[in-house]
Design a protein around this ligand. Structure first.
Ligand code: MG
Length: 514
């Protein structure tokens, strides 16, 4: 147990401290084949030599998009490897335009790019132009994602290749309803929202939902359902997209668990996704990456980090309800410091899952167990092992030298926030910034906004590479420069030694979508 305590205190960058996080790119130690080979984001178009050069922990080169390549909406991207924490860069990224095609509800397998046409990259729309509707049967959505792997790169690589297809698969079930919304928005129909039986102030009735889900015709020209249906709960259209993203994360996690039976998939990962669909951005976050919108010099946080501290009460409640998950070695109670045997019988401050504040209790033998949550800030750990409480994978992760599984305490459910993009006019310098924790560990929201805004203000507004260069500048400022054997940023602060990945997404392109 002492080793676990030391590990918990010594760990400094999120992820796990037990089990190690080096390597993970090959399948050493496993007879099983890899699901996907280790790679850098596909859109970077790196050769094997370039991938190897990018893993230089001394030079830490910043990778950006090649001049000949372009991401949807002219999105900027940059990344850099860690300073030696792990052999490989365990962050992964994805950026695609995806088509979700209509399929019967019963057909929704875990799709892969090569096996099913139900969700495929829309390579014919490299700049993201398009109305959101696709020929007669599909919906187009834009997709950006960052994954921060730990204890190996396997889960992050798999999620970066497949999560968008799970989202497309989940959207299939509500395509009819969403297509009706796109084809007959109330303003186009020239009627008040409430006079359209299917569109009630951007909500739908359960009747419409059920009809759409059943695959029956759901044109607004049909006979309105009986009035009694309108006494039922109204569900916003955007809630259907939120639900699709939530279920996609769940399906992705289940697929990783299942595929681990036949493939070598190491570790786990956080996941931060952005979906643009029918005029709205959906930002889904499971982990400690972050997204902010910078609009007219205002900062709008678009995600919440999920850490042992931010999820303390959920974790403590689980430990209280299912104490066997604590293996008789941990207590779900929190104390200000580790309780010592000589303090048994004395009073000490504590807090339980019902509390935000602190109260006194008399210490008993049970309280000598190691706390379920221990440490502060970036050093906080669950079960002395992991510093992030939501994400994908980690199905085999155990407390060091024990049989206690971590996974029951981890959640794969994202929090999804919605930004109504077409409600606002956006200028060329209004952006959404996505970054893994390597960025936010050393730069505040305000600093990131200032760096990006200042850089863009000095760029030619018509230069399509300006967001790529801004991303490069941002990552450089978080990495810093190597001085006196350490990475230093502004004011001699320590630079980030973690992997850093960042997207800068210009929002004005969303306003060009009908
Ligand atoms: Mg990280």
């Amino acid at each position: 147990m002492l080793t676990r305590v030391k590990s918990a205190v010594a760990g400094f960058m999120g992820g796990v401290v037990a089990g190690g996080s080096s390597g993970g790119g090959g399948n050493a130690g496993s007879e099983l084949p890899l699901k996907f080979p280790y790679m850098r984001p596909e859109f970077l178009g790196l050769s094997q030599d370039e991938i190897e050069c990018s893993a230089d922990h001394i030079a830490r080169p910043i990778l950006i998009l090649k001049e000949t390549r372009r991401l949807p909406w002219a999105t900027g991207y940059a990344e850099v490897i860690n300073a030696g924490k792990s052999a490989l860069n365990e962050d992964q990224a994805c950026c695609e335009v995806v088509v979700a095609r209509r399929r019967p509800m019963s057909y929704c397998p875990p799709s892969t790019p090569s096996k099913t046409p139900t969700a495929k990259r829309r390579t014919s729309l490299p700049n993201g132009e398009g109305p959101g509707l696709c020929d007669g049967e599909g919906l187009v959505f834009h997709y950006w994602a960052l994954f921060d792997g730990h204890a190996g790169s396997g889960a992050a690589v798999v999620a970066s290749r497949l999560l968008q297809h799970h989202i497309a698969c989940q959207l299939q079930a509500v395509i009819e309803i969403l297509r009706n919304l796109a084809s007959f928005p109330p303003t186009v129909l020239g009627e008040e929202p409430d006079s359209n039986p299917y569109l009630q102030g951007n909500t739908l009735t359960r009747a419409a939902s059920l009809r759409g889900a059943a695959g029956a015709p759901s044109s607004p020209c049909n006979t309105p359902p009986p009035p009694r249906f309108f006494t039922e709960k109204k569900i916003q259209h955007e809630s259907l997209v939120v639900g699709a993203i939530e279920n996609a994360f769940k399906e992705m996690d289940a697929q990783i668990e299942k595929e681990k039976q036949v493939h070598h998939i190491t570790g786990g990962c956080t996941a931060l996704t952005v979906v643009y669909l029918l005029g709205k951005l959906y930002i889904g976050n499971a982990g400690d990456s972050r997204a902010i919108i910078v609009r007219n010099n205002e900062i709008i946080p678009m995600s919440t980090e999920f850490t042992p501290e931010s999820e303390r009460q959920r974790l403590q409640f689980l430990g209280f309800m299912q104490p066997h998950l604590l293996g008789n070695e941990f207590t779900h109670l929190e104390f200000p410091r580790r309780v010592q045997r000589k303090e048994v019988g004395k009073r000490m401050l504590y807090r339980d899952f019902t509390m935000n504040g602190w109260a006194y209790k008399t210490i008993g033998d049970e309280d000598l167990k190691f706390p379920l949550i221990y440490g502060e800030g970036k050093k906080a750990r669950v079960l002395a092992t992991i510093g992030v409480t939501r994400g994908l994978g980690d199905h085999d992760l155990k407390v060091h030298d024990s049989n206690i599984y971590i996974k029951p305490f981890l959640s794969c459910c994202p929090e999804v926030k919605v930004y109504d993009l077409i409600q606002y006019e956006h200028g060329a310098d209004d952006v959404l910034v996505m970054g893994t924790d390597g960025l936010w560990d050393v730069l505040s929201n305000q600093e990131v906004a200032e760096v990006v805004t200042t850089f863009l203000a000095n760029c030619d507004p018509d230069d399509i590479h300006r967001y790529t260069m801004a991303a490069q500048d941002l990552v450089m400022r978080a990495r810093g420069v190597l001085r006196d054997r350490g990475w230093r940023i502004t004011n001699e602060r320590l630079g980030s030694g973690d992997d850093i990945s960042a997207f800068i997404i210009p929002l004005m392109y969303g306003n060009r979508q009908p």
